[in-house]
Every structure is written in C-alpha cells, then in structure tokens.
Design a protein around this ligand. Structure first.
Ligand SMILES: Cc1cc2nc3c(=O)[nH]c(=O)nc-3n(C[C@H](O)[C@H](O)[C@H](O)COP(=O)(O)O)c2cc1C
Length: 449
C-alpha cells in the first residue's frame, strides 16, 4: 500500500493566525463556545482525521499587551476538560492534549491521560512539553523559568514515571469474581517505588491500565535535547519545518536517531504544522491569504517577532537586515527557523515582522489539487508522515479543508475513506506497548471479557 497520510487538527487556539477571528464569517468566540467546538470535531471526524489536538500554555501568551489585545490566540479551554466532553460526542477521532513536565506532577498526568483513554475508549494522546512560555513559571510559585536543558532532564524522568505508573496493573489483574469475593489479583499489581533525581513516586496508579496500554506519546520540541528525547520516547512529533528541505532533514535525523536506538522508524509519525488556505482557484486562495494578512494590525507584528526570537526587536532598524540574535532560554528551534528564513530570503526586519505577525510557520495556499500535490510530495519524499493542520479561520477554513482537500487526498489513495480501527494507535499504525512489569500478561484479556 502507498504510504498513507496522517492528519491532526491543531485546535488550541482554533485558529493559529492572530487575525483568524476578524476574517469575514468567523466565530470570534469559538475558543470558549462548546457548541461550536462540538461541530468542529464532528466535521473533522467526518473528514476521517487521525486526531484533534489541544495545545496548552499555562499562562496567557507572553506577548506585549498592544499585540495580545488584538490576538485571537490568547486564551482557550483547559484541554483535558474539553477533550473529555468532546469524547462523548465522537467515536473514532483521536484526542491529543499537551501536558507539561515542568509544571505538573507525573502522578497527576498519568491519572488524567489514563482516565481520558478509558473514557474515550482508547483515543488519547499526550503531547509532552517542557513548556515554552516563561510566564508559566510565575503562575507556579517560581520567579523565573527552569533552564532549557534542565527542563528536558526533568522531562525524561517524568516520562519514565508516567509510563511506569500506566503499567501498574496487568490487563488480567481484574478478577471481579463474586464467588470468591476477590476483585483483583495482587500478584498482577506492580508498585513502582520510583526514587530518582527529580521525583519520588511510590505508586501504584489508582487507575487500571489504559485501553491503549499507554496513550500515544507525542512531542513538539526540536532542539538537540528535544530531538533526542523524542527519538527515545515519542510516537508522533508535531514538527515545525517551514520548507520541504527542512522537513526532509528533520525527518531523516529523527528516523536515524530512532534506528540508532533500536527503534523501528515506522513507530514515529512526523507531522509538521501547516496552515492551509484552499479555494477552487489559485487566485481565490491567494485573495483569502491577502485578506487574512491585511487584518493583522501593525501593533501585532513587532511584539510577535520579539516573542518568537526571544529578544526585544522594538529597537531594530525596520528596513535593515535582521541583526545577530543571541541564544536565550526560550524556544530554540523557533528562533533558529526564523533567523534562517530571514537570512535565506534576505528579509528586512519589517518584512519578517509582518509575516510573523499573522503566522510565521509553514503555509499551503492553493487549489485542492495544489494542496494535495504539496502534501503528496512531502509524504513521498520523506519530509513528513502527514500534517498537523491549522485552519485560517473557523468554521470556513475547517469546512473548506474537509470538503475540498480530504476528498482529493482520498481520490489519490493517500488518505483513508473510513477509519479501520477504533483507537488512536490504530489510526497512526502504532503498536500497543507491552506492560514492562507483566510482559506475559494477556493483553487482550479485558477485550475478551
Ligand atoms: C505544533 C506545535 C505544538 C506545540 N504545542 C505546545 C504546547 O501545547 N505547549 C507548549 O508549551 N509548547 C508547545 N509547543 C512548543 C514546543 O513544545 C517546544 O517548546 C518548542 O518547539 C521548542 O522546543 P525546543 O526548545 O526543544 O526547541 C508546540 C510546538 C509545535 C511546533
């Protein structure tokens, strides 16, 4: 079978472009309107998407107020609460949420994702982030953000504890035998007793093993520390490549890191974020893009650039080239991508700021056929295994994608017409992890009950 495309929908916020909410016909209150969110996820399920993704930031976005007050990306629902609600009105689509390893505790995270996995019958995924927004520290009793590599060291141990907790119970631990009066078999229960550098967690988890064994492990970091952590642990990556060449380099790097670790390269799906603007003709799609960008106020562009670079850009010469940008403690890969782009395309600070003020990542603009061509090229030349789609506005951008792009991808045999399985692991073609403490447990014991 030809390599298949996997599609996630980036839905927190519902539009990544800062001006999505000003676009004609937009639902400006959509981030907090459950009725709208239900209709979005049902449309995505009709479009056979692999997953609905809720990012999370634990602070209002760290933009200066002049820009923040104009941005439709400032606030959204807490992801696990929303996904629990959305699991009740959907049957197949995966439900991925961000969970922070810097500002949360492994026992909390293990419980929440295990619960969502049961509630949704095996559809949950955990996007492990170390949290990029430094303002989050101020909401958790700290005066400054934890240093970058230290965040990743904590994340590694955090992951070991969470996955260890998910393995607390063998799948066949549950006797529930009215005759003997035994509810479970203590021999099939493992007490983790973790004592590490960062965490001391006795366990066991007070929740049975998730339906998927473990919720799907996702990551979005791209620094050296982030890549290595992802190669060791992740099953999907939300990548941030802006060009197909960058995509290929990242893809090859990640898959070769996995092979060096003895992991199968198929067991990680690499999904770059892509803002898609589609219309029946190329001219109409370009018009939509121009209209959207024209709605970005100048107040938004420079502060946005500062945030993305991790330095104050307000004193830069607007019509000069981007000066040298030092390393900071903020997101490294985001900064590197922008600097490389400015150098490559000889952009002035003004040009870069205007672009970033709306959305600075990968965009695909064109007809359904052109969008499908681009996606197919990324897929077939190993630049990605699919995409995490961002919509230029809601509901129109989301409807356009499902009504125009999905049928074209299906016609080409690149994307499913029906879900074949029921879990997020099924959709992504990922195996159910064996329980490390009960390797001989009958994994299907519960399913056979
Ligand atoms: C598609 C995508 C989604 C992300 N979602 C989150 C998120 O929900 N919360 C967060 O703190 N960071 C999020 N990030 C940022 C990453 O977790 C990470 O901090 C960033 O890519 C920089 O990582 P690095 O420091 O390893 O380069 C996301 C990044 C991408 C590309």
């Amino acid at each position: 079978m030809t390599k298949q495309l996997h599609l996630g929908a980036f839905m927190r916020p519902v539009g990544i472009h800062t001006a999505w909410w000003r676009y004609p016909g937009a639902y400006p209150d959509a981030n907090f309107n459950l009725k709208h969110l239900i209709s979005f996820i049902q449309t995505l399920e009709r479009g056979r998407f692999d997953a609905f993704f809720m990012a999370d930031h634990l602070a209002v976005l760290n933009m200066p107020m002049a820009a923040l007050r104009r941005s439709g990306t400032a606030t959204s629902f807490e992801p696990m609460t929303l996904l629990s609600a959305l699991s009740m009105v959907t049957e197949r689509i995966g439900l991925i949420a961000t969970g922070s390893t810097t500002f949360d505790e492994p026992y909390h995270v293990a419980r929440r994702f295990a619960s969502l996995d049961h509630i949704s019958n095996g559809r949950s995924g955990w996007n492990i982030v170390t949290t990029s927004n430094p303002d989050a520290a101020l909401n958790f009793g700290m005066t400054e953000h934890v240093e970058h590599d230290e965040r990743y060291r904590r994340a590694r141990e955090f992951y070991d504890v969470v996955t260890g907790l998910w393995d607390s119970w063998a799948d066949d631990a549950w006797l529930r035998d009215p005759k003997s009066g035994l509810f479970f078999d203590p021999e099939r229960l493992h007490v983790l007793d973790h004592k590490g550098e960062q965490f001391s967690v006795r366990g066991p988890l007070n929740i049975r093993r998730p339906v998927q064994g473990w919720p799907v492990i996702v990551q979005a970091g791209a620094s050296e520390a982030g890549r290595q952590f992802a190669a060791e642990t992740s099953e999907a990556i939300f990548a941030s490549a802006r060009t197909i060449e960058d995509g290929r380099r990242f893809y090859a790097d990640m898959k070769s890191r996995m092979k060096a670790l003895g992991r199968s390269a198929d067991h990680m799906k690499i999904l770059p974020g892509a803002l898609v603007i589609v219309a029946p003709t190329r001219a109409e799609a370009k018009e939509k893009q121009a209209l959207l960008d024209s709605l970005v106020h100048p107040d938004s562009s420079l502060p946005n650039l500062s945030m993305r670079l991790g330095v104050d850009a307000s004193g830069f010469d607007l019509d000069g080239p981007l000066p040298e940008i030092p390393q900071t403690n903020a997101s490294q890969s985001g900064r590197d991508t922008l600097v490389a782009l400015a150098r490559r395309d000889n952009l002035t600070v003004r040009q870069l700021a205007q672009m970033v003020g709306g959305y600075g990542g990968l965009q695909m603009v064109g007809t359904p056929g052109e969008i499908a061509d681009t996606m197919q090229e990324w897929l077939e030349t190993d630049a990605s295994d699919g995409f995490n789609i961002m919509f230029h506005t809601v509901p129109a951008g989301l409807d356009d994608f499902v009504n125009m792009v999905v049928p074209e991808l299906q016609r080409r045999g690149l994307f499913r017409r029906e879900y074949e399985g029921t879990t997020l692991r099924d959709h992504l073609g990922l195996p159910r992890p064996e329980n490390r403490f009960f390797p001989t447990a009958r994994q299907d014991a519960e399913a056979a009950e």
